[in-house]
Ligand binder design. Structure first.
Ligand SMILES: C[S@@+](CC[C@H](N)C(=O)[O-])C[C@H]1O[C@@H](n2cnc3c(N)ncnc32)[C@H](O)[C@@H]1O
Length: 277
């Protein structure tokens, strides 16, 4: 069977899922990512002692941060459909001394095995844009959140990806063509406040944050290299055009004028105490 272009649809069937774990960890430690992840978690208002679920927990970057917020008396559970990610997330949590506070389980966010109202907060960070039936996943997150508890989601929006490049038209062609092919919804970020309100959450709040890279971080380099490779693979541009595009990026980095930004939309809603009829 052919693989979907989005590797996050089936990480375990990719040639090297451990490389994806490395990519998630790389992104997780990139300073501007650390800042925007922690700002989002602070905005969500996670409290000490809470029981929190992260859907699509990957290698556990977010769960490890949440563990620090909920403290010794709190609990964090990460759910992910990838066996490799779950295994590596457990290993990394143990390595960080968080084995007793964070647990990882195999599962699909659209069919959670937890009972209704089981969590104080549920989170999904850079997950919804990968999921074809995102409303179903959100619906199940809401189901397992207690009344008065919070549902918090954060997604990039690839319509806001901006790179200062000598060839803006070529850049746009690569960015748009590749994003359309990979993601279930490349523009998921901007839709989140509307979606959470439509699903009946109260007090929906938005924090728009920006991934800003002016130093050409290793994660950004890999991200742009993959964009170029995929653009060639999917015949969006020729090999020569991709090479020229990458050379343009390297030139900016060499001149210390590199600049890439991407908006992240963080949205938080409260599950009503009385369910809407
Ligand atoms: C880009 S990663 C984000 C991982 C983590 N939240 C983070 O920010 O580091 C997307 C994650 O969504 C997971 N995922 C994909 N489809 C899913 C689904 N239907 N239910 C739950 N998780 C899913 C993938 O396995 C992957 O771990």
């Amino acid at each position: 069977m052919t693989l979907h272009p989005d590797p996050y649809r089936a990480p375990d069937r990719q040639p090297d899922p451990l490389k994806m774990v490395e990519g998630l960890e790389d992104r997780g430690r990139t300073p501007t990512q650390v800042r925007l992840r922690r700002r989002f978690l602070a905005f969500a208002g996670i409290r000490s002692g809470w029981k929190v679920l992260e859907v699509g927990s990957g290698s556990g970057v977010v769960c490890r941060d949440v563990a620090a917020l909920v403290g010794e008396s709190g609990r964090v559970i990460g759910v992910d459909p990838s066996r490799v990610f779950v295994r590596e997330a457990r290993r990394l949590a143990r390595q960080n001394g968080l084995g007793s506070r964070v647990r990882f389980e195999l599962g699909d966010g659209r069919r959670l095995r937890f009972s209704d109202d089981a969590f104080d907060a549920t989170l999904a960070v850079t997950v919804l844009l990968h999921v074809p039936d995102a409303d179903r996943l959100l619906g199940d997150m809401i189901r397992v959140t207690r009344p008065g508890g919070i549902v918090a989601v954060q997604d990039q929006d690839f319509g806001t990806l901006a790179l200062d490049h000598p060839d803006p038209a070529l850049t746009q062609r690569i960015f748009e063509g590749v994003a359309r092919k990979i993601y279930a919804d490349p523009w998921s970020g901007r839709t989140l406040p509307r979606k959470l309100s439509a699903l009946g959450l109260d007090s929906v709040r938005l924090l728009t944050d920006v991934y800003q890279d002016t130093t050409f971080e290793p994660w950004t380099r890999t991200f742009l290299l993959r964009r170029a490779e995929n653009a060639v693979k999917w015949k969006i541009v020729s090999e020569r055009q991709a090479e020229r595009w990458l050379a343009g990026i390297e030139a900016r980095a060499y001149a210390k004028t590199f600049l890439m930004t991407l908006n992240f939309y963080g949205v938080v809603g409260v599950k009503p105490r009385e369910r809407p009829r």
